[in-house]
Write a protein that binds this ligand. Structure first.
Ligand code: ADP
Ligand code: MG
Length: 695
């Protein structure tokens, strides 16, 4: 059948058939239109393929080469290795799972494109690369300047015979035989202003672009539509929220809150006072709050959230306070319970490592409202936890949670107020646009007397000197963190592990010092004990993995060493740095970088040393990630966008926002173009839900 329409089922497209159609269907791809919106994940061409002798560690790369050898390697962990070679050299590709499958996949002499992060372990390698089997002439096509689309792959698609190559054939067939055009609802003046090409061309050519410039033009157009859809969701959530009325009315702050403030060992900064007022006003308002509290690491967000929880308790409602790690949840609980108890407010802690009987007791207390404030981890979202009168949900380090998790906790109340906190600030302008439905409170400034952390980076050869520096600092009464990227030595990559370093150093240079170690594989009870000892000074040096990244608060720690700092992203380095510089003493951070160092890693480190401003770091992080990297909601707190790029598409974000404002203003006018567009956005929004908090 040559007469292909956009709504034609994929099953009837030449080369598809029932089995493939079913596999497509399970990926939400049912019609021709669906497949046209299934975009390539990457493109192969001369500019994207790197010769093997030009590879750099810690950089993602695509290489094209032939299989020289392949087979299972035995060692501490069995793995499948493929040696891929091109004219300039060879690299090893490794898999630790699915050995049987890989065994069947490769034949000597076959041509593959492999994409992934390059690492080094006795030679260059890529662990678990993405693979694309190429026809023998593709490498010539690539070298002749052709651009070849590579589609996202899953095991299931592969099993049904839908390799990237066969998807490529199907889309190509569709585009050649389609008898109708995609309807472009974007008003012409918007297209002109933002220099956007028409939708049909954009979609057709995003699959088979003639050149890189054309591809970028397609991407921009598709990005605009994506952003418009995303922003529309926020607009709509805002509108819905403003229509919802809370059942409960708050009394003005009373004695409890006054006593709470008086009992604090410090006075709130003006920045903290300002955001506290904003939050309290929201709690008192008739509509539910959806507020993001942001502020640099160490600025003192917790006390503000706890004050809000106390206000909620004063009004006979309950508050849930969720943190991403047990360590952090416990720290919050331990720190604040005494203050709250003094006010007659009861608190409990719920984490997965509680004994079943304890969990039951806490859950029952919560359901019967004998608990006012429940602190905890992800454990709070489980079904057995319910609240009698949940008034406020607080989510600390919100970017560490998925959308689903946040909304499950939120759903345990009847339109409770929502306060999410983050120290990974989203660049201000972006935050305001992307989260149109979120109100944002920013704590400006740090508590008085804080000195910026002095930050330097050194090559790995300086390790011994740096250890001596640690010893000196500790002898002067300070405490230090040393951060490692791994728990145990790995066969994957040559990295320092906390386990080995602990064994080495406690028998070596740190022999006479009190040293502790924490990482994710240490039992929670033991870990808490060690952290407790670190906090009260019985441990001088804490060797740790990034489990201490968020929240840990020990104001006496003034020194941090980060091993393999080249492997961490800017935002993460900044988070780690936030563990020190928490008092009026001068703190120092030494970032140790191991060779070989990529240009990107060097730039990152230099930038990290040049500023302690979290907002500037967030901006730079966005720029440095550069194009091609996806943003995961979880990692960055930023929305998951497939094609749009938050760093370079700001003009599009602005244009999309203006268009939306216009659409809403003109809603009453019978303007055909606008009405149809709005209608389409509504339909699209109904079929998906991206929500930060509730619905
Ligand atoms: P973050 O914003 O990173 O979550 P925290 O809430 O953990 O920061 O606060 C960091 C440290 O600063 C804590 O030890 C806290 O007790 C302290 N702190 C908070 N507010 C003040 C203040 N106004 N004056 C002095 N210290 C404060
Ligand atoms: Mg915090």
């Amino acid at each position: 059948m040559a007469d292909l329409k956009l709504d034609s089922p994929l099953q009837y497209v030449k080369g598809v058939g029932p089995r493939k159609a079913e596999a497509f269907g399970r990926h939400g791809l049912n019609t021709v239109r669906d497949l046209l919106f299934y975009f390539p994940r990457q493109y192969l061409d001369r500019t994207s393929v790197v010769p093997i002798n030009k590879l750099q560690v810690d950089q993602p790369a695509t290489i094209i080469g032939t299989v020289r050898a392949h087979g299972v390697l035995h060692g501490r962990r069995r793995r499948y290795e493929v040696i891929l070679e091109d004219d300039t050299g060879a690299i090893s590709l490794l898999w630790f799972a699915g050995l049987r499958y890989w065994e069947r996949t490769f034949k000597k002499g076959q041509l593959f494109a492999a994409t992934g992060m390059v690492s080094y372990f006795r030679g260059y390698q890529i662990v678990h690369p993405d693979l694309e089997r190429l026809e023998d002439d593709s490498s010539q096509m690539v070298h002749a300047g052709r651009i070849i689309p590579v589609y996202p792959q899953t095991a299931e698609l592969n099993k049904a015979g839908l390799s990237s190559k066969s998807i490529r054939r199907i889309t190509s067939f569709i585009l050649a035989n389609l008898t109708e055009q995609l309807d472009d609802l974007l008003p012409a003046e918007v297209r002109e202003q933002s220099r956007l090409i028409d939708l049909h061309t954009a979609i057709a050519k995003i699959h088979f672009p003639d050149n890189r410039e054309q591809l970028e033009a397609c991407r921009r157009r598709v990005a605009f539509d994506e952003l418009l859809g995303f922003l529309y969701l926020a607009f709509r959530r805002r509108a819905r929220k403003d229509q919802t009325v809370k059942k409960h009315k708050y009394q003005p702050p009373g004695d409890k809150l006054r006593t709470f403030k008086e009992s604090l060992p410090f006075e709130l900064t003006s920045g903290q006072k300002k955001v506290t007022r904003e939050i309290f006003d929201d709690l008192r308002s008739a509509h539910p709050m959806t507020r993001m509290l942001q502020g640099d690491v160490g600025c003192g967000k917790t006390v503000v959230a706890v004050a809000a929880a106390a206000y909620v308790a004063e009004n006979k409602l309950q508050a849930a306070f969720m943190a991403p790690t047990e360590i952090l949840a416990e720290q919050h609980f331990r720190t604040w319970e005494p203050f709250l108890n003094d006010l007659g407010i009861t608190c409990e802690l719920l984490t997965s490592s509680l004994k079943p009987g304890e969990k039951k007791r806490v859950a029952e207390a919560c359901a019967g409202q004998t608990v006012d404030i429940l602190f905890g981890t992800h454990a709070l979202i489980y079904d057995y936890v319910s609240f009698k009168k949940l008034g406020l949900v607080i989510i600390d380090e919100q970017h560490r949670f998925g959308v689903e998790q946040r909304s499950r906790l939120h759903a345990k109340g009847d339109n409770p107020d929502l306060l999410v906190m983050t120290a990974t600030p989203i660049p201000r302008t972006l935050a305001l646009t992307l989260y149109g439905d979120l109100d944002i409170s920013t704590i400006e400034g740090l508590p008085p007397g804080r000195k910026p952390v002095r930050t330097v980076w050194r090559p790995h050869e300086a390790r011994d000197k740096v250890h001596q520096f640690v010893i000196d600092e500790v002898k002067k009464g300070g405490q230090a963190y040393i951060i490692y990227p791994l728990v145990e030595k790995s066969e994957l990559i040559e990295l320092e592990s906390v386990d080995d370093a602990y064994a080495e150093l406690t028998q070596g240079v740190f022999r006479d010092l009190k040293v502790g170690m924490v990482h994710g594989r240490i039992r929670p009870s033991e870990r808490d004990e060690i952290l407790g000892h670190f906090r009260d000074g019985r441990i001088q040096i804490l060797m740790a993995t990034t489990v201490v990244e968020v929240g840990i608060d020990n104001p006496n720690a003034t020194l941090m060493v980060i091993e393999h700092a080249e492997r961490f992203g800017l935002a993460q380095l900044h988070q780690l740095r936030g563990r020190i510089g928490r008092s009026d003493k001068q703190s120092t951070l030494v970032a140790l970088a191991h060779p070989p160092l990529s240009d990107m890693a060097r730039r990152r480190l230099e930038y990290f040393c040049s500023t302690t401003d979290g907002f500037a770091i967030a901006e730079a992080d966005l720029e440095l990630r550069g194009p091609g990297e996806m943003f995961g909601v979880k990692q960055s707190g930023l929305p998951e966008l497939k094609v749009a790029r938050l760093s370079s598409d700001r003009d599009l974000i602005e244009a999309a926002r203006n268009l939306l404002t216009l659409l809403h203003k003109d809603n009453s006018k019978p303007d055909q173009v606008h009405r149809r567009l709005l209608k389409q956005l509504q339909l699209q929004a109904d079929s998906r839900s991206v929500a930060l908090g509730g619905g």
